[in-house]
Design a protein around this ligand. Structure first.
Ligand SMILES: [Zn+2]
Ligand SMILES: [Zn+2]
Ligand SMILES: [Zn+2]
Length: 287
């Protein structure tokens, strides 16, 4: 498998749209790997993970041809992960010479389906709802959505319980992380989420995953809220994944999805994340 990171920031990007914080000022000045687009990745050039507002910029900068992509896995409906309007530009009048081509299918949870419902769907584009812990075959990959500790909600319509630190919480939508397998290779793409639930850990135990990409939104700070991780959480998560055999000595760990509120320059992040590769836009890992 070859995983290419197309966007490695949280919702506002780095530098953020409207921000004078030190990290954003530094990123503007330093450029290069300190500039981070909104979330997204590409597996083997064929499976797109999330389709956020920077998908267009990702396409231009990384010289991609999205007409080659027939499957998009959406983790959850947050704006940095799903730009529903852009997805629909794969339709006649906006896209040409796709006659006879297979449709592109967008996979995700019920909320993602609801968001896409508002936009036209036709033979050029499908959508398909996935269920947590139910493996489906997509473009030759075995894809299993697992539960993310994310989108916690205290609204009356909140459902989808998840367990975090021995307590159950409800979520406003069924956010997913994904286990993706093909030809004996395994990728765990865990954005956005806090530390994984007991159900996830049970499912992943013994899997000896080849690459585990963990949410590191909070970077070098310790944040109190539930829904994302930082460097310290990533280190703890790594130990737990190694202890249950979800990972072993050969597993590549990547920290990804950084917010300007917790991010530090690359070198500092790397110092705080021993045993991890710190993701940057355009980074490609073959495993
Ligand atoms: Zn996000
Ligand atoms: Zn900032
Ligand atoms: Zn999110």
């Amino acid at each position: 498998m070859k995983l290419k990171y197309l966007g490695t920031a949280a919702a506002e990007g780095i530098p953020a749209l409207f921000c004078r914080c030190e990290m954003c000022a530094y990123a503007r000045k330093a450029g290069g790997k300190e500039i981070r687009r909104r979330a997204g990745a590409l597996l083997d050039g064929t499976l797109k993970l999330d389709f956020g507002p920077d998908s267009y910029w990702q396409m231009i900068s990384e010289n991609l041809d999205y007409t080659d992509i027939h499957a998009v896995l959406i983790t959850h409906s947050h704006e940095d992960h799903l730009e529903p309007c852009d997805v629909t530009y794969r339709r006649p009048g906006f896209a040409n010479k796709l006659d006879g081509d297979r449709p592109m299918t967008v996979y995700g949870n019920g909320k993602v389906m609801q968001v896409l419902e508002k936009y036209s769907v036709g033979p050029w584009q499908n959508k398909k709802q996935l269920q947590a812990f139910e493996t489906v075959e997509i473009e030759g990959y075995q894809v299993t959505p697992l539960e993310a500790v994310h989108c916690l909600s205290w609204e009356p319509d909140a459902r989808w319980p998840v367990v975090f630190e021995n307590r159950a919480y409800l979520r406003g939508e069924e956010a997913f992380i994904y286990l993706i397998e093909k030809d004996g290779k395994k990728l765990l793409y865990a954005h956005d989420t806090d530390e994984l639930t007991p159900a996830d850990m049970d499912y992943l135990a013994g899997k000896k995953i080849d690459l585990i990409s963990l949410d590191c939104t909070n970077g070098v700070i310790q944040a109190e809220y539930i829904g994302h991780m930082g460097a310290a959480d990533n280190l703890r998560m790594r130990e737990k994944l190694l202890a249950c055999g979800a990972a072993d000595a050969h597993t590549i760990f990547v920290a990804n999805h950084f917010s300007h509120n917790g991010a530090a320059p690359m070198a500092e992040l790397q110092k705080q994340l021993p045993g991890f590769i710190v993701a940057y836009d355009g980074m490609e890992i073959e495993f």
